[in-house]
Write a protein that binds this ligand. Sequence first.
Ligand SMILES: [Zn+2]
Length: 344
Amino acid sequence: MKALLLEAHGGNEKLAVGERAMPSPGPRDVVVKVLAAALNRLDLFVRNGMPGVKVPFPHVPGSDACGTVLAVGAEVTDLVPGARVVVQPGISCLRCEFCLRGEKSVCLRYEILGEQIPGTFCEAVAVPRENVYPAPAGLTDEECAAFPLAGLTAWRMLVTRARLLPGETVLIHGIGGGVSTFALQIAKLAGASLVIVTSRSAGKLTRAKELGADVTLDSTRTDVGREVRALTGKRGVDVVVDSVGAATWRASLQAAAKLGRIVTCGASSGPNPEEELRTIFWKQLTILGSTMGTDAEFAALLPAISAGRIRPVVDTVFPLGEARAAYDRLETNPGIGKIVLRVG
Ligand SMILES: [Zn+2]
C-alpha cells in the first residue's frame, strides 16, 4: 500500500510517499481503509523530533482518519467491512489503574497513532476495535477526518477539565488551529455568555466571528490581558484556553477572573513562561493540564458533531502525494481549521 514515510527527523525532505506492507488485524483490531486524514501540530513535532519520544523509522505519521472498514479481527463481531468510520487516535492499554477508571488519556502506556506507533497517512491502518466509531452522516470524509484529535482535546479541556458552566466567560488565545477552533464552538455550545478570541491575523478573526466569537482581539495591536479586563468590567474571564504558552501566559494570568481556571494543552510558543505565583495565589487561580481525552468524552462529542452543533472546519485538502505542501501550510499556518490529506 501507499504510505507517507518519514525516514528520519528533520524537514519536509525527510518525507516521501513510498510502499509499506498492508496491515493485518490482530484478534481485536480493525483495519480501516483510509479515505481522508487530517494533520495536527503533533505531526510537525514528530517530523522535527521530540525529546523522549522514540520513533521507529521509516515511520508513518498521522493521527486522524476517516475511512471504511476493510477487515476485522476474529474477536470483532459488531463491525462489518464497508462501514464508514472515524478513528479516535489515542491507544490505551485498558489494564492500568487509570484505564480501569476510564481515564484512558493518562494511561501509563498511552500512545497516539502517528506518534510512537504507525499512523494514518497511508491507505490502511490497523487500530483496536475500541478506537473505531461510526462516521457522522452528513459530513464529508474530510470533515470527519478533521475532528477526532482536535475536537476531543478541546472537549476535554472545556467540559471535563475546566467544567465550563452556562453563563461563564471564556478567552481563547490564537484562534485558527484545530483545538482553538473547536474550543470556540464548544464554549458557545456549552452556553458561555462571552467568548473572546485572539489572533495575529485579521482574516482568522473575521472567520472566528462567523463561527460564533463574541469579541475578537488582534494580539499584535492589543494588550490582551488588559483589554479582557476592560471588556469584563475589570473582572476577567472564568476560563482561559491557552495552548500557546510562553507568549500568552502573562496575558492568561492577567485575563483570568478571581477563582478563574486556565487550561493548557500545549505550548507552541515555548513551554517555560514566568509562573507569576503571586498572581496565581492572590487570584486563587486553578491551572489545569489537559491532553487528548477519554472514550466517554469522544462519545459525547460525536452526537454534537452529528447534529451539526459543532462543525469541523476544513482549511484545505491536499492529495497524499502533496503531503509536503500540506506540512508547509501547517507550519506557516495562514488559515483557520484543519488541513486534510485525501488518501483513498
Ligand atoms: Zn492504561
